[in-house]
Design a binder for this molecule. Structure first.
Ligand SMILES: Cc1cc2nc3c(=O)[nH]c(=O)nc-3n(C[C@H](O)[C@H](O)[C@H](O)COP(=O)(O)OP(=O)(O)OC[C@H]3O[C@@H](n4cnc5c(N)ncnc54)[C@H](O)[C@@H]3O)c2cc1C
Length: 227
């Protein structure tokens, strides 16, 4: 497809940001085995780049997906794999279902800060026993009054070592494995500290900021789900 002037302007803005704010720090972040996700995301949020395809009502630009593609293409200029993956998870993996199916309350609590760069999100699907075969996940949410009590483990979750919340796939019923699942928005941290009941078991040393093991046991969350 032919990019328009507007596509090219978004690409120029992002390329300038990458050259000034990401690439000069990649070696330092590699050595530290982590990058400052909140700092980088806040700057991207200030430029509007975390909500290019998200509705304007929640702080996005309300543009079609071709603009998201233009952005993804430009992320190829980052001199490492983990940081563009972290940004891609924020813009295209942990927020789309929230934007499309989330309640107004959920969107205000989780989507608005994610687009503004005030919160880092992650998507929790994979588990020690469930990778390609997503239907095999065993994490479960049980209704308890107004809460869900969630038990389970997630693994390989990009951003999870710094994320404020997880869009988490869990079983919410006993029916057929392809029809018994929901995405639940789970707050992971308050002011950077893991919430009670959530534990990070191990960081994968070889894969630096891209691969992060994450274990979340028994946490409670007010009822909210998008199936
Ligand atoms: C950099 C990185 C970041 C990630 N970030 C996240 C994240 O943020 N959130 C998240 O939920 N997960 C994340 N993952 C996990 C990722 O989604 C899983 O690794 C992926 O689903 C594959 O699962 P697996 O590693 O268990 O491999 P497996 O499912 O065990 O597959 C192993 C091999 O078998 C092949 N295979 C599997 N099933 C079949 C089949 N039916 N027929 C033929 N071949 C088959 C696969 O192609 C693969 O080559 C991340 C992974 C990586 C590498």
């Amino acid at each position: 497809m032919q990019f328009t002037h507007e596509h090219l302007e978004i690409q120029k803005t992002l390329k300038r940001f990458i050259d000034a704010e990401i690439n000069p720090h990649v070696d330092e972040w590699e050595a530290a085995e982590i990058f400052p996700a909140h700092e980088v995301f806040k700057k991207l949020g200030n430029l509007g780049l975390l909500g290019v395809t998200k509705p304007e009502a929640y702080g996005g630009m309300g543009l079609d997906y071709s603009y998201g593609m233009a952005m993804a293409e430009t992320l190829g200029y980052v001199d490492c794999g983990g940081v563009p993956m972290a940004i891609g998870v924020q813009t295209d993996m942990c927020t789309p279902a929230l934007a499309r199916f989330g309640s107004e309350e959920l969107k205000k609590e989780f989507l608005v800060p994610a687009i503004a760069g005030d919160a880092v999100g992650c998507i929790g699907v994979s588990e020690p026993g469930a990778g390609s075969d997503v239907s095999a996940i065993t994490s479960r949410a049980r209704k308890d009054g107004d809460d869900y009590v969630i038990t389970g483990q997630k693994m390989w979750i990009t951003n999870s070592l710094q994320a404020d919340w997880m869009c988490m796939l869990v079983n919410t019923g006993d029916g057929p494995a392809h029809k018994n699942k929901s995405l639940v928005m789970v707050p992971l941290r308050d002011n950077g500290k893991l919430r009670k009941g959530i534990e990070v078991a191990q960081q994968d040393q070889e894969n630096r900021h891209a691969l992060q093991r994450h274990r979340a046991d028994l946490f409670r969350r007010s009822a909210c789900a998008a199936t």
